[in-house]
Design a protein around this ligand. Structure first.
Ligand SMILES: NC(=O)c1ccc[n+]([C@@H]2O[C@H](COP(=O)([O-])OP(=O)(O)OC[C@H]3O[C@@H](n4cnc5c(N)ncnc54)[C@H](OP(=O)(O)O)[C@@H]3O)[C@@H](O)[C@H]2O)c1
Length: 333
């Protein structure tokens, strides 16, 4: 069995000398060639943290006083707003991405949520709010607006293999898969992830969480043969690019994803696909989503890469202490 821990950068997406548009091109897709002019709007905390209004805001975190004429004057304390972490999740229309987006929105006391989806249809699917941007990760220029002012990025985009028509499960055999033109793993999982990392870095994003997949140490993993896409190879290469980027990162290599309830199982973390040799190789999508979000809250999650699965429901104690979970991980890649 061929093994691979770090994919060499031989398939480099390096680009020719940057054009006047600041973006170059790899042979299949757009990759950022050099720095992207971004105007990062850093909120002025001095103005955000304490704003006085003579208006009559109903904020619960307000101080009420009366001036000489007896008019009520409210001083609204917005310090907590300045402290909120602005988080962009890409692939927000995907099966795990939309759970992350929803969880972030539900925790508006901690996060300002943003989503990035590929199409207006996906935007509608997740509610169509103004905080959902439409962009294509293969074109870095479409990512710039979504990344401006963002503190953290959660990458949940992925190439998706399609099943060739005509497969009849009643006749046995295995279905065949293909990738649509322009949507091969090299273009989505490598160039697309690289674009996101580059644009985020340029925008000053302080933490990037990337969801990858277990199996990347085995070049002969069956997933690599799907549609001749080498999907795990390209995912692994993007992971390495992130680890080398200098931006604080968390790489979560999930086991088989399941559409089940979250929050009711004990998580298992591992390295180098060791969990694949056990019986516990799956995890519920809501649990992956939760780990993505919790990773933003703990320093212990930074500069770490790990495999993630869970015990079956009813076995062990459901994981609630994420600081302890991240603390037990020692692997930077
Ligand atoms: N499936 C598994 O068992 C498994 C196991 C381990 C790890 N993982 C990994 O876990 C992550 C989440 O998986 P999932 O099954 O929840 O994801 P998913 O439902 O397949 O969603 C992938 C998302 O990526 C988006 N996307 C694809 N190409 C794009 C592009 N060019 N620009 C912008 N967005 C693009 C898709 O948008 P559209 O819907 O518009 O195409 C989709 O929303 C993935 O990285 C996956 O590889 C999956």
């Amino acid at each position: 069995m061929a093994t691979l821990t770090r994919v060499p950068l031989v398939f480099s997406c390096t680009v020719p000398a940057p054009s006047s548009k600041a973006f170059g091109h790899c042979h299949k897709c757009n990759c950022v060639a050099s720095s992207i002019p971004l105007t990062r709007k850093v909120p002025d905390c001095s103005t955000l943290s304490l704003l006085s209004f003579n208006s009559f805001s109903t904020s619960s975190s307000s101080l009420s006083t009366r001036n000489k004429k007896g008019f009520r004057r409210k001083t609204v304390i917005l310090a907590s707003m300045a402290d909120l972490s602005s988080v962009l999740v890409t692939g927000a229309g995907g099966r795990t991405g939309q759970i992350v987006y929803k969880k972030l929105k539900e925790r508006s006391d901690q996060f300002v949520a943003r989503g990035l989806v590929r199409t207006p249809e996906s935007k509608e699917k997740i509610g169509g709010a103004d905080d959902v941007f439409v962009g294509d990760i293969r074109d870095p220029s479409t990512l710039v607006p979504a990344m401006q002012g963002v503190d953290a990025l959660i990458i949940l985009t992925s190439a998706v293999p399609r099943m060739k028509p005509g497969f009849d499960p009643t006749k046995g055999g295995r279905p065949e898969f293909y990738f649509e033109d322009g949507a091969y793993p090299e273009q989505v999982d490598w160039c697309g992830q690289k674009n996101q990392i580059d644009v985020a870095k340029e925008a000053g994003v302080k933490h990037i969480v990337l969801v990858g997949s277990m199996g990347g140490t085995n070049l002969n993993h069956p997933l690599n043969s799907f549609g001749n896409g080498n999907i795990l190879v390209w995912k692994r290469k993007a992971e390495q690019y992130l680890a080398d980027s200098g931006v604080p990162y968390t790489i979560i290599r999930a086991g088989g994803l399941q559409d089940r309830d979250g929050g009711i199982r004990e998580f298992l973390v591992g390295k180098d696909d060791e969990l694949l040799q056990t019986e516990t190789r799956t995890i519920a999508r809501p649990d992956v989503a939760e780990v993505c979000i919790q990773a933003l809250k703990f320093e212990e999650a930074k500069f770490k890469a790990f495999d993630l699965a869970s015990k079956p429901e009813g076995v062990g104690i459901p994981t609630k202490d994420f600081k302890a979970l991240f603390s037990q991980i020692t692997t930077p890649f």
